[in-house]
Design a protein around this ligand. Structure first.
Ligand code: DAV
Length: 342
């Protein structure tokens, strides 16, 4: 018999976590089809020549094995807290996925956050910006009933959607709605949407239109152009947000955050990582997952950040995630909250 489907209930980033989706490392690869989408999204700063030399295919065996172990241990820690943990179905990332316009292989299911956006009682399969990830949602579909499942229209993603001549502007163009789910933070009716290489204006407008007038999608342009919102803003509870001090300051802070109390993240503790395998910066260390308004899951080496949070009454559950930077995913990225309760 099929497992019962998850009934989604998520209104913010901090209510008490009851059910969580945790990624898998099985079959993770860096795509071998080195097209313009992979270049402009994951490696915009690399020249054409250097881009052609980046490693691709399966991650080194040690990275895969240690990450599988870290994820199992993290799942056990979460279950010990009474949180239900569900996992993606392994997908064949080497299979070629094609549309009329292009053909690519896959990537991974290590970061469900990138692909699935839960708001209210819906799980939205995002209109992914990288061709290699357009089919990734298949790994998650089985978890949800048809009432809770929503698929955003798939963008066509022709070559003119990507442009990396001027890196002071997003490399993702605005011809059609496209965004990764990890560009979004949820704070009740206020939805924060980072305009960046992984989310465009039309994407924010599609989301606003889909959610309707009960919600306000706040576009956040000109703060961080690279990938995803969750190394820049981490809302911790109503009125308290952790910000990246290298990107956010009192001059560029979005006006809807003016009344919020801000914790500027302390300097990150650098994790060892394999250069050129992944697109993440050292700020992946501030990518934390709230378990409750006063309790977060955090990568174990980030002790200064744990101390900074403690001053605001927030305790930490440290856990091991040795290859967060190489794989481009910390605690927030590798999870997706499916149920939170007050
Ligand atoms: O700045 O390190 C990481 C992407 C997280 N999903 C950064 C982006």
């Amino acid at each position: 018999m099929d497992k019962p489907k998850i009934s989604v209930n998520v209104h913010n980033e901090w209510d008490s976590l009851k059910v969580v989706l945790l990624g898998r490392i099985d079959n993770a690869i860096v795509p071998t089809v080195k097209d313009k989408s992979l270049h402009c999204i994951n490696y915009p700063h690399l020249s054409d020549e250097v881009y052609q030399t980046i490693p691709c295919g399966p991650y080194p065996q040690q990275i895969l094995e240690e990450t599988a172990e870290d994820l199992e241990n993290f799942a056990a820690q979460l279950r010990n807290l009474g949180i239900q943990v569900v996992r993606p179905k392994p997908i064949d990332t080497t299979r070629i996925y094609h549309t009329k316009h292009w053909a690519v292989d896959g990537y991974y299911t290590y970061c469900p956050r990138d692909t699935i956006l839960t708001i209210g009682n819906k799980a939205i399969a995002a209109p992914m910006v990288m061709r290699h990830r357009q089919n990734e949602y298949q790994a998650y579909r089985h978890l949800f009933s048809s009432e809770s499942w929503v698929e955003a229209p798939k963008p066509i993603l022709q070559d003119n959607m990507y442009e990396r001549h001027d890196l002071t502007r997003p490399t993702l163009m605005n011809h059609e709605p496209a965004f990764d789910a990890a560009n979004v933070m949820k704070c009740h009716q206020d939805i924060w949407f980072l305009i960046s290489n992984t989310g465009n204006e039309k994407g924010a407008e599609w989301l606003q239109n889909y959610l309707g007038s009960d919600y306000h999608v706040h576009k956040i342009p000109n703060i961080y152009l690279d990938m995803h919102i969750d190394t820049t803003f981490i809302p911790l509870r109503e009125g308290l947000v952790c910000c990246n001090p290298a990107r956010v300051n009192r001059y560029n802070i979005p006006s809807f955050l003016k009344k919020w109390e801000i914790i500027y993240a302390p300097e990150m503790i650098e994790q060892p990582y394999l250069k050129n395998w992944g697109p993440a910066s050292s700020w992946i260390g501030m990518n934390i997952l709230s378990l409750a308004p006063d309790f977060v899951a955090i990568e174990e080496s980030q002790i200064p950040l744990m101390k900074a949070l403690k001053r605001y009454g927030i305790d930490s559950m440290p856990f091991r995630l040795r290859h967060a930077r190489t794989l481009g995913g910390g605690p927030h990225c590798i999870t997706c909250d499916l149920r939170r309760e007050v």
